[in-house]
Design a protein around this ligand. Sequence first.
Ligand SMILES: Cc1cc2nc3c(=O)[nH]c(=O)nc-3n(C[C@H](O)[C@H](O)[C@H](O)COP(=O)(O)OP(=O)(O)OC[C@H]3O[C@@H](n4cnc5c(N)ncnc54)[C@H](O)[C@@H]3O)c2cc1C
Length: 461
Amino acid sequence: MTQLPQTTVDDFKSAFRGNLLLPGDGDYEEVRQIWNAMIDRKPGLIARCKSPEEVAQVVKLARKHNMLVSVRGGGHNIAGNAVCDDGLMIDLSLMKGVQVDTNARRATVEPGCTLGDFDKAAQAHGLATPLGINSTTGVAGLTLGGGFGWLSRKYGMTIDNLLSADVVTADGAQVRASETENADLFWGLRGGGGNFGIVTRFEFQLHPVGPNVLSGLIVFPFDQAKSVITQFARFTETMPEDLNVWMVTRKAPPLPFLPADVHGKEMVALALFYAGDPAEGQKLIEPLRGFGTPLGEHIGVQPYTDWQQAFDPLLAKGARNYWKSHNFSSLSEGVIDAIIEYAAKLPSPHCEIFIGTIGGQTTGVAPEAMAYSSRDANYVMNVHGRWESAAEDERCIAWAREFFAKSQPFASPGAYINFLTQEESDRIAFAYGPTYKRMVELKKKYDPTNFFRMNQNIKPD
Ligand SMILES: Cc1cc2nc3c(=O)[nH]c(=O)nc-3n(C[C@H](O)[C@H](O)[C@H](O)COP(=O)(O)OP(=O)(O)OC[C@H]3O[C@@H](n4cnc5c(N)ncnc54)[C@H](O)[C@@H]3O)c2cc1C
């Protein structure tokens, strides 16, 4: 790695009030590591901020020294933009406050919170907002890219529930963005990733959820995949917004409710969640069991926060990951056949193809109302390449790329920016579609020098 000039380091040391880490310092190795083990970058400095004022201060110092800057929220992003080589990593993971206003059903959330931190605080009052399905993901990155999960069919994307944000802009100013203050910036934050500034506080609308919800898994044999996935595709087109069902095909993990001889074999699983009265949900999910002859099921009424952590063991930090993603407005026979073809040749026991169902309230917003524009996406598909050793890189990446190409003809326009890898900068304009041009204009206004460029970058020219 290139060493930073001593004058830069000295200036930070004397001026920055927060916690500064240099290579060789105690926590440096741990803090620079992110979720995706494919990314191994070494920043010259890490500034661990504890307040918006400290964030503003490091932004000004980084500008003064003309440094490359990356911003870390939960550190989960597959592209690894939370960490840079040689430059400055602004680490927000110590900013973990969540405040819930139960009367107004609103929460303010600091940018180091994980989904688990936010869910726990809101569920203490029987409240929640739509977030993703893995509790260790950061609220910040998820929200800035759009955000969807089990509650999205009922309550929309995460950004549809964002009421305001406090932002440190590229010149180090602290501003608030909402529908009434800096409304153009607020438009851009809702999908624009980290392109327009560093969010130091999010304010969300909350909704009554649970605290106990009907949720779980039904697992089918892989030789029934065509019938099960086809019925899943038709069922999810008309199901009520309180219900959500996702499909995943992979090799079966050693789940206790599955017979031992199924472990390690390909299977198709339906993951289901009902946001309303569990007794009603039981009736609605009954047809799912008849999609084939289930190998097993694990369905029950459980705390919402438990369901939000149910997939954490399969998605733990430290593995090598390479993802590819398409949006679909509907699942045609062509894409179902492609899924089955590639699920039959999974290159590692951890690889999977999943279809996340959104639709419902996520489609009720005009495409140009916010930077995120994929309002016709009823399904988000992710080829989740995941494996353990570098020796498997080539094989697993090739599998993901081939399936991505094979399924492309059936995809709808747009892509989910939070699922793009580091090599997909050529897909950014496509991902945003009708809002891309306005984002370039906004970038020129809020970040004309492209100070914030470790992201799915909107270039200001
Ligand atoms: C296992 C797993 C499961 C997932 N499941 C879902 C899901 O169900 N639904 C879904 O919508 N997404 C899901 N995602 C995608 C997830 O939304 C993105 O990876 C998201 O970017 C993670 O946010 P983060 O804060 O953890 O990431 P980071 O890597 O810290 O940040 C991501 C990007 O945002 C920028 N950033 C972070 N914080 C700030 C801030 N405060 N201000 C400005 N810029 C900032 C970073 O610089 C970086 O460019 C999943 C990801 C993983 C790894």
